[in-house]
Structure formats: C-alpha cells, structure tokens
Design a protein around this ligand. Structure first.
Ligand code: CUA
Length: 344
C-alpha cells in the first residue's frame, strides 16, 4: 500500500513536468481527437474486463473460502466445460473487433494526405536536425525554424525527412507523431488545429544528447492572420538597416560570422536555422525564454545549453554577441499572435 501511495505521488509529481498543453489528453486538433477516442475505447474495454474479472475473483474468494471449523478437503475436480470455453473465446474476439474497426479506420484517416498536392493546399517540408526543426513552405518561398505557423480550421500537410539521424515530429495536443528519416524516404502527415493557440511539440525519437531539448511550437492563428504572416515573411528585406547603432554593428557581425550557416529571408543553406523575423520567436533555440541575456549566452556557449549541437562556441566575444543579439531581436513582423496564446 505504501508503494502505491509513493507511485501515485510520483505520477502526480512527474505529470507536473513540462508544459501544460504537451498532452494527448486534451485534444485540440483533428488527429489528436481521433487518437483520444481510440484511447478512450481501449480504456473502456480494459475497465470492462477488469471489473468483470475482479467481480468473479471476489465472488470466488468469499464463496469458497475455508469456513470456521471446516476440515481441509480436496474439492470435486472437473475437466472441460464447452459452454464456458466458448464464452471466454468469443468475448475476447468481439472485444478485439470493437477495438480493431475504429483503429483501422483512424489509421487510414490519419494517413490520408492525398489532398496535399491540391493547388491551394498548404504543404510544408519539415526537416529534423540535431537538435532543431527546419520548415519550408512549399511554393511560398518561406523558410523558417522552430515556430511553425499554421491557419486554424484548415488541413496543413507536412512532408517530413531528416538531415542526420531519425527524429520524430510530435505535437500531442493536435496530431499524432511521425518519424523523420534520413535519405529519400519522405513521410507525410497533416495538422488541423481547431482553435488558435501555441501548441508545444517535441522530438519523440532518441537522437543524441540533446534529444530532450529538441522542442518546437505549432502556432495556430486565424486564416486572416496567417495570410498576414505569409506576407510579412515574404516581404522581409535581409539587408534592411536596423535603427540602433548597436544593432547595425550586430548586423555586420552576423553577416560576417553567422551567415555561412544561418539565413535571413527565404532560402539559406539549411544547415542551421533560418532566423527570419527572429524577434517574434516564442523561444530561443526552442527552449530558452526570448530575452537578450539568454540569447547572448546561447551565442557564446551553445554547447552548454544544448550539448552536442553543431553551432561553434566562442565564435564571437560576449560583447560582439550582445550586438548580434540586438540585431536579431529587432527582426520582427507585425503582431500576429493567437488570441488565446499562453492559456492553452
Ligand atoms: Cu531529435 Cu530526438
């Protein structure tokens, strides 16, 4: 009993970890709904079996217990009972069918990405990298990373691959998860968010020392705001001159030291995150609050924050990093934020 209490406390404690909407139990999207219903069906079936088995067990314990003053004896031995055997064969078959039919339906439904080639469909190439996510909006000349903007109420299709090892793209509150494989094997899935909000995602395949830090966000905004975001992203001028002197110096430092891997505006080599409109990012490197202090720390010593990542440490001094941070943080698009940001 004591270990039960301990287990319960531990479960409560651990479930407090991480982020509130990093859960499949509060579905806010089409795929997550399907999966949630499947979970509920299997839990209902398990409860049904558990209750019946426990009822029979309790009945037998009480009915056939040794009564006071009763002698030890061997009860009457029986072998085989056709009727009972039929019952306990047929009932599991029925239960498995009840589970199998919706499971197969959901599997096909989730795999139905045929409409991704429609003219007005939004298709995004997702590339998993150690330890960040690259997003390329097909046919729109938009490349970004870490924050994936989508419109609500619409199916958005994803083509997923990896540049190094196997990762897994997982946004539990709006969709299921899908592996990203290196090589030619492209996997597909779709996202459909019902409500505006910031939905937390995680890499769900052990991929190296910073696997657990390979976070991203799906940011669902109204279709109008999404169109605005698309325009903002497409109209970025990578050469635009920053207003403050420090940010101006930062721009030059960034261009000289960082641009061989990173990019601003569309395109880029894709070997490091595209930082277009970086000032709007919900997080730095997917895991740090977007403050200047955090950004400077990240630029100077990325390996301390995300062990094993590819960004070289001490490429610039702390003073230079501070100017680069000033430059990056003022790269912003117009205010496009989900109405319910933060309370999801
Ligand atoms: Cu990428 Cu785990």
């Amino acid at each position: 009993f004591r270990s039960l209490i301990l287990f319960g406390a531990l479960t409560l404690f651990l479930s407090g970890c991480g982020v509130e909407n990093m859960t499949a139990l509060k579905p806010e999207g089409y795929g997550a709904n399907l999966l949630f219903d499947l979970m509920m069906i299997s839990i209902a079936i398990m409860l049904f079996v558990f209750i019946i088995v426990m009822a029979i067990y309790t009945f037998v314990l009480i009915r056939y217990r040794q009564k006071k003053g009763q002698e030890d004896y061997i009860p009457k031995q029986t072998e085989g009972n056709k009727a009972l055997e039929m019952i306990w064969t047929v009932i599991p078959i029925i239960l498995l069918l009840v589970l199998a039919v919706p499971t197969v339906q959901a599997t096909f439904d989730l795999a139905d990405t045929g409409a991704k080639n429609d003219e007005d469909a939004i298709t995004i190439e997702v590339t998993g990298n150690q330890y960040w996510w690259h997003f390329n909006y097909k046919g729109q000349e938009i490349t970004t990373s870490q924050d994936l903007y989508i419109p609500t109420g619409e199916r958005v299709y994803l083509d997923l691959k990896s540049s190094d090892v196997i990762h897994s793209f997982w946004v539990p509150s709006i969709a299921g998860k899908m592996d990203t494989n290196p090589g030619e094997n492209v996997n597909s899935m779709y996202l459909e968010a019902f409500e505006e909000g910031v939905y937390w995602g995680q890499c769900a395949e052990l991929c190296g020392p910073s696997h657990s830090l390979m976070d991203f966000k799906v940011i669902a905004v109204s279709p109008e705001e999404f169109d605005q975001w698309v325009k903002d992203m497409q109209n970025v001028d990578p050469e635009a001159e920053p207003k403050t002197a420090s940010a101006k110096e930062g721009q030059e430092l960034f261009n000289n030291n960082c641009m061989s891997c990173h990019a601003i505006g569309s395109g880029g080599a894709g070997i490091a995150p595209n930082l277009t409109n970086f000032g709007n990012r919900t997080m730095i490197a997917g895991i740090l609050e977007p403050t200047k202090e955090n950004l400077v720390n990240w630029i100077v010593n990325p390996d301390e924050i995300k062990p094993g990542n590819q960004m070289p440490a001490n490429l610039v001094s702390e003073e230079e990093a501070s100017k680069i941070a000033d430059y990056l943080l003022q790269l912003k698009h117009s205010e496009v934020t989900p109405d319910s940001a933060g309370d999801n």
